[in-house]
Design a binder for this molecule. Structure first.
Ligand SMILES: Cc1cc2nc3c(=O)[nH]c(=O)nc-3n(C[C@H](O)[C@H](O)[C@H](O)COP(=O)(O)O)c2cc1C
Length: 290
């Protein structure tokens, strides 16, 4: 398989996981060391970690759409202290480099999270999930280039590790936001996160189905949107791009790479096939060998 240099980190192939879509700790408990012998991804991206513990949204948390799903899970996590104490030692034992994904609603929160990750040798890179409302404006930090630039100016000095900004697709011009991230020192950008979506209760009352009212749509239904946004961003920035959204087969990954991505992340497909990452890496290899 073709090795890739990503921000100075040597990866065995270009397929990683999308944050929050593969629980490596649970998978290790179920599959044992067989998981480590054929780990599906060339780097592991943690689910989003926040400063405080989060319980996530009330149920129901999932809705199936044609060729996709809406999740309103709400980023439940143990908080920074719980992650460092309980999860990090287990994730550090994985056979691939670890990328920790963090989210905060203020620059101060993000600075604290990034500084804490900077102090951990096992964390090779940090991904900033900027799909979080700014407490001052109520808008998602990553929806507005000026808001993202302000946050980046505070966060960037907190670490010398590669900083990946995970862009939100729920914005007018994602390439403009990517350019702002690059100008403020991002080492890479990743996209797309889920598209904001909702569903009504099937009882016809019009009330929302999801406990969190809205959620994020993922899966094959968003693949064409991902391809458009990855193409626009890769044409705009010089830093590496991690492309994702609806990837199910090697050909889908190849399309994102042709659009300019350096790495491709697999998300929803891993719920259907927990070995999707290594399968897609092999399919990609066969396509490249042609
Ligand atoms: C159940 C679920 C949980 C997710 N959790 C996170 C998360 O914690 N942090 C994050 O940045 N993205 C999260 N995502 C978004 C994915 O990483 C990815 O950007 C998105 O799902 C698009 O890729 P896909 O269509 O291959 O799933 C989540 C997606 C799903 C479906």
């Amino acid at each position: 398989m073709s090795a890739v240099d990503f921000c100075g980190i040597e990866l065995a192939h270009p397929i990683v996981n999308g944050s929050g879509t593969f629980d490596a700790i649970a998978a290790h408990a179920v599959f044992g060391d067989a998981l480590l012998e054929d780990f599906p991804f060339s780097a592991f991206v943690s689910k989003t970690i926040t400063l405080a513990v989060r319980d996530g949204n009330p149920p129901p948390r999932l809705w199936e759409t044609p060729s996709g799903m809406i999740n309103s899970i709400g980023l439940p996590n143990k908080g920074l202290a719980g992650y460092l104490e309980h999860d990090l030692p287990k994730l550090a034992a994985l056979p691939v480099p670890l990328i920790t994904n963090v989210m905060g609603s203020t620059a101060g929160e993000l600075c604290e999270l990034v500084a804490a990750c900077d102090g951990q040798e096992a964390i090779r890179a940090i991904e900033l999930n900027v799909s979080c409302p700014n407490v001052k404006t109520g808008l998602d930090i990553g929806a507005d280039p000026a808001s993202l630039a302000e946050v980046m100016r505070a966060v960037r000095p907190q670490t010398a590790k590669p900083l990946i900004v995970k862009l939100t697709p729920n914005t007018a011009d994602v390439a403009l936001v990517a350019a702002a991230a690059e100008a403020e020192g991002a080492d890479a950008v990743s996209l797309i996160n889920t598209l904001r979506a909702t569903a009504q209760h099937p009882d016809g009352s019009g009330r929302p189905w999801l406990g969190g009212v809205t959620g994020g749509m993922s899966g094959p239904a968003i693949r064409a949107v991902a391809l458009a946004q990855v193409t626009a961003v890769a044409a705009r920035v010089s830093i590496p791009v991690v492309g994702m959204g609806g990837v199910q087969r090697g050909e889908h990954a190849a399309q994102l790479l042709r659009a300019g991505a350096t790495l491709v992340a697999v998300g929803t497909e891993s719920f259907r096939d927990s070995a999707a990452g290594s399968r897609i890496a092999r399919e990609l290899d066969r396509l490249e060998a042609r």
